[in-house]
Write a protein that binds this ligand. Structure first.
Ligand SMILES: [Zn+2]
Length: 101
């Protein structure tokens, strides 16, 4: 079995705790959800900084068979999600949203 390395907060040098299992991370380009992953939301016990980790396989929401899922993700984002990246940290990505299922 592979040993899992836990992410560590660079500020506090503390291991992140799992804050919420199974959040959905959605990549959005031009207002359109294009890809999503299941991941865990982690929180630094010291400073409260949150990250996402333990990513599973992604789904391409642009595929015709995923059109219903894409619509669902769009509605979920409109309701409000936590933006984890919106400053071009990821190539081709204007925003990454974390939403519940
Ligand atoms: Zn911290």
């Amino acid at each position: 079995m592979m040993k899992q390395i836990k992410p560590v907060c660079a500020e506090c040098e503390e291991e992140y705790d799992i804050d919420r299992n199974g959040v959905i991370v959605v990549q959005v380009i031009d207002g359109e959800p294009v890809r999503n992953w299941r991941a865990d939301r982690m929180k630094c016990p010291e400073c409260g900084h949150k990250i996402t980790s333990n990513y599973g396989k992604s789904s391409n929401l642009r595929k015709p068979e995923n059109s219903k899922l894409q619509e669902k993700r769009k509605k979920q984002i409109e309701k409000g999600g936590m933006i984890v990246a919106d400053d071009g940290q990821y190539e081709d990505c204007q925003a990454l949203y974390v939403i519940g299922d």
